[in-house]
Design a protein around this ligand. Structure first.
Ligand SMILES: [Zn+2]
Length: 64
């Protein structure tokens, strides 16, 4: 069973992961872990969604 592709939280998580990686790939400040004004909310959102996803996976008894 794999229905993660239809899971809104998983989709948001993957989108924000992509946005975060894409931004960092073009931003030296963010690569050096000094989030810029543009990157900061993108990375913050990704971290929040990652936490939410991990937390829910744990609650469901699955490995993240
Ligand atoms: Zn940046």
């Amino acid at each position: 069973m794999n229905n993660r592709r239809d899971d809104p939280l998983f989709i948001a998580y993957m989108r924000s992961f992509e946005a975060s990686v894409t931004h960092a790939g073009a931003c030296l400040d963010c690569q050096e872990e000094r989030p810029c004004a543009v990157g900061d909310p993108i990375h913050t959102e990704f971290t929040a969604l990652q936490d939410a996803w991990t937390e829910r996976a744990r609650a469901e008894g699955k490995k993240p």
